[in-house]
Design a protein around this ligand. Structure first.
Ligand SMILES: NC(=O)c1ccc[n+]([C@@H]2O[C@H](COP(=O)([O-])OP(=O)(O)OC[C@H]3O[C@@H](n4cnc5c(N)ncnc54)[C@H](OP(=O)(O)O)[C@@H]3O)[C@@H](O)[C@H]2O)c1
Length: 247
């Protein structure tokens, strides 16, 4: 059996690790776990191995042209293909008080957040989609948040978190635009909100585990031909199935 190759960015911990772990348990998928710090990724690979779950590992900093280029060259040589890309790596710097309003947020913070949450996804897409096009198969999953839905902007329920939310609005836009570019191909791209999870980013008060948040990613990473294209999904667990959110 030829295994599909799945790349998950920022997957040594949190949601990315949970997605890597779930995908790696599928017989027909070879997971490439990635992290910007080599020792983090190797430790995660070891943790999975102690559960008898085998993954490959390669360092990857999604904000660095050189790192993405080096990773792509390695991937081409090691596997000659990529079937699944989960753009999970993300930052949320909204803990500082000035970051809680668009009137005071630092422009450097905005730039750094966009660099990781939006531009890096464009960089990864430009690097890996040629490999997907070569075999007319690809599944791209962009990890977004329901806080990026324009319909949620006036809600009192969410923190203002302008740099984070606007960057994820950008990510959603990127998803919709790429879906247009992939029309007529078997490359499917979708965004989803994993819900509020107990990770370093989500904190311990979050109601859901990273494992729960990973369910929808696995669903979107393994869509059949003709499956959803250019949609924004809620976490499946909340609704008992795949539900599209308003952009
Ligand atoms: N937690 C939530 O409640 C929640 C809700 C909605 C959406 N999300 C989204 O879910 C995704 C995962 O978040 P999480 O909750 O698992 O947070 P997390 O535990 O903080 O993990 C974030 C991951 O992204 C990686 N990362 C950041 N910058 C990177 C870079 N330049 N290159 C490579 N990796 C990088 C981190 O690596 P380092 O350890 O090296 O920093 C880490 O592995 C994010 O996109 C986030 O926006 C989370």
């Amino acid at each position: 059996m030829t295994q599909k190759v799945a790349v998950i960015t920022g997957s040594h911990k949190g949601l990315g690790y949970a997605i890597a772990r779930k995908l790696a348990q599928k017989e027909d998928i070879q997971v490439v776990l990635t992290s910007r710090q080599e020792q983090d990724g190797l430790a995660a690979q070891q943790r999975l191995s102690s559960e008898n779950i085998q993954v490959d590992f390669h360092p990857l900093d999604v904000t660095s042209d050189a790192s993405v280029q080096q990773f792509t060259t390695w991937l081409q040589q090691a596997y000659g293909r990529v079937d699944i890309l989960v753009n999970n790596a993300g930052v949320n710097p909204t803990m500082q008080p000035e970051e809680s309003s668009l009137l005071t947020v630092q422009m450097e913070t905005m730039l750094a957040t966009f660099a990781t949450n939006v531009l890096a996804v464009a960089r990864m897409t430009q690097a890996l989609v040629p490999l997907m096009k070569a075999q007319n198969y690809g599944r791209i999953v962009n990890v977004s948040t329901e806080m990026a839905s324009l319909a949620s902007m006036s809600s009192d329920y969410y923190p203002l978190a302008p740099s984070y939310r606007l960057s994820k609005v950008g990510l959603n836009g990127l998803t919709a635009l790429l879906a247009k570019e992939f029309q007529g191909t078997n490359i499917l791209i979708n965004a989803y909100s994993p819900g509020w999870m107990q990770t370093d980013m989500g904190g311990s008060n979050a109601p859901f585990t990273a494992d729960e948040g990973a369910e929808t990613a696995v669903y979107l990473a393994t869509l059949p031909e003709g499956g959803a294209q250019g949609k924004f999904f809620a976490e499946m667990r909340k609704f008992g199935g795949a539900i599209a959110l308003p952009w």
